[in-house]
Every structure is written in structure tokens, then in C-alpha cells.
Write a protein that binds this ligand. Sequence first.
Ligand SMILES: C[S@@+](CC[C@H](N)C(=O)[O-])C[C@H]1O[C@@H](n2cnc3c(N)ncnc32)[C@H](O)[C@@H]1O
Length: 354
Amino acid sequence: MTATSPTGNGDVPALDMDGLSRILFGHAAFQYLNAACELGLPDLIAEKDALTREEIRDVLGLQDRAADILLLGCTSLGIVVKEGGRYGLAQVVRDLMEEGDWQRFKDTVAFEQYIVYEGQLDFTDSLRENRNVGLRRVRGAGRDLYHRLSENPHLEQVFYRYMRSWSELANKHLVKELDLTGRSHLLDCGGGDAVNAIALAKANPGLQVTVFEIPASGAIAEKKVAQAGVGDQVSVVTGDMFQDPLPTGCDVVMFAHQLVIWTLEENTALMRRAYEALPAGGQLVIFNSMSNDEGDGPVVAALDSVYFAALPAEGGMIYSWAQHEECIHAAGFRTVKRIPFPGWTPHGVIVATK
Ligand SMILES: C[S@@+](CC[C@H](N)C(=O)[O-])C[C@H]1O[C@@H](n2cnc3c(N)ncnc32)[C@H](O)[C@@H]1O
């Protein structure tokens, strides 16, 4: 995509025909990425440094035509680089591997393929009806995606593997930036498999953490807590954070990748519940991706919003910092601090005080 003229949309480059055709065939570009990951092409090249077409074909067990298609796509998209008849890896993929994030990236690819892809077909209807029409494509009777995962073991596995990886791509910054000095007990509302609870507990040895999860997912968190050997610091309580009393005795309430799922009204209601559960001086922590206040990016926030519009629950998106802050003030909190994180995901944290 070449960027030559300003669009009036902040730093967004002007769209040319190359860029427009990449959007037109965006689904196909993703299928090359997914196939490369599933067939193990980048891992194979990384192992050997650079390989010929024939070596790749033979190790991946592909026929000539299939190898030609895969290499045509991956080369033209820049995932692999062809030099002197041998195929090497894009520097960006090498960087992900060197930083230890490649498996996390692949877990995200699998989530897009097996959970997001089909539901997105209902994106237009989801916008028209202002609700998650795509949930109809996930088998089960649960009221939202999370209450259907236990009915779909493969999806449940793909989802929690991705959720752990997506959290890990950014929670090193959370651990570094979130000052929990003097705090004794953090409640992790909708804490998933406890990935963030475990990271915060390890970084703050005096801290107790309670993960609050729906009954169907509580056992997943308990298993991870036991595996991490932090059972003396992290406990799991099951219930419904919209209806059941929140566990008491906490001086920090965290919503991690949570307030992207629900409507702003539901978010305000959840924050009011957090406010009531906290003592004076208690902290509210919001950790997730954010879009900018101008409503024109970043592009990953926009693209990720298709999933939240079409699939998990009735209303959600990658909200802007300002939208979260409006809910925070409506719920009664006073001081608010924004901390954007570095990296390719649009993560950040908002901390508010009662
Ligand atoms: C997007 S995941 C985030 C998981 C985790 N916080 C993380 O950042 O990795 C949302 C989690 O909220 C949980 N959840 C959904 N509805 C809930 C409810 N009503 N009460 C408690 N937890 C809920 C889901 O089961 C799921 O594990």
C-alpha cells in the first residue's frame, strides 16, 4: 500500500488501487497466513534458514501445484522472501520468533480462523440490527459466546489458548506499569484462565488475587493456577459478575479484555458494581485494546471490532479511551489515569480511584 497524499484522517495514508485490492482479497491473504502457520512453513524455514521450492514441497508433503500456490501467496504477501532461488523468512516474522511471541501470534491466527471467521459473515446484519447476529453460527444454547464454549471443546481450547497469548502479548507492560504498592487484594473480574492474575501475583508477592469466572470456565483457571504454583496467592470464585455479589475484601478490581465485550451501559453497570465493592481509595483497572478518541484508528482496533460487533455478545467494540472514561465517571470514580502500551496491539490500561 503506497502512502502519498493526506486523507484528512490523521495519519491514515491515502488508499490506492493496490491497497483497495488488498482489502478486496483480505480474506484470501489471511488464508495464506493461516495455511502457512498450520502447515508449519515459517517454522520450517526458520529451522533451516533458507530452502528451495523442492525442499519445502517435500518436507511439507505437498504436491507441486499446492506448493506453487502456497509459495506464490506467501512470497507476494511478503511472509516469505525469495532470494537466489531460496525462500527465507520476512524480518517481521523473525523478530516475533526472536522475541518469543511467534507461538502467541499463531494462537491468534487460530482464533481468527476457527472462531472469528464464520461469525464475521454476519457483520453487516450485526450493524443493521445492532446486535451479534453471528453468534447463531456457534452451536449451543448459552446466552453469549463464553456460555457456549464448554459445549464446543475445540472452540474452547482455541479460545483460551488465544486469550492467554493475546494477554501475554501485552501483560508484561501491565505488570510493569500498574503500581500495586500498598494494595492487598485484587479481584480479576472475568479473569479467563487466570493468565493476568498469575502474572500480577508473581510480580507482587504480597498480593492476593481472586479470579471471578463463570462456572463453566472456573476449572480452566484453577488448573492454570495449580500449574503455575501460585495457589497460595490466587484463588478462583465462580459466579455471574452482572448478577451475583462480587467477592468482598478487595482493594483493586480489574477488568481485563472485558469491557470490549459489552455495551457502554453494561460497562457502566459493571463499574458501579466494582465501585460498590471497593473501599474509599480503592482502584479500578481496565486493561484491553483501545481505539483513539478521534475514531480513526489504530487499524488493529478497527479490525478487531468486527469480531466484537458480530460474535461474542450483544454489544461491544474496541471503545476509545474517552468512552471508557465517561463510563468510569458515570460510575462515580474520581481520578483517572491513561497508560498506552508500546507494541503492535493497541493495548493500554486505565486506572481510576474511588
Ligand atoms: C475475553 S475473555 C478475557 C479473559 C481474561 N480476562 C484475559 O484477559 O485473558 C472474557 C472472560 O469473561 C468471562 N465472563 C463472561 N461473562 C461473565 C460473567 N457474566 N461473569 C463472570 N465472567 C464472565 C468469560 O468466561 C471469559 O473467560
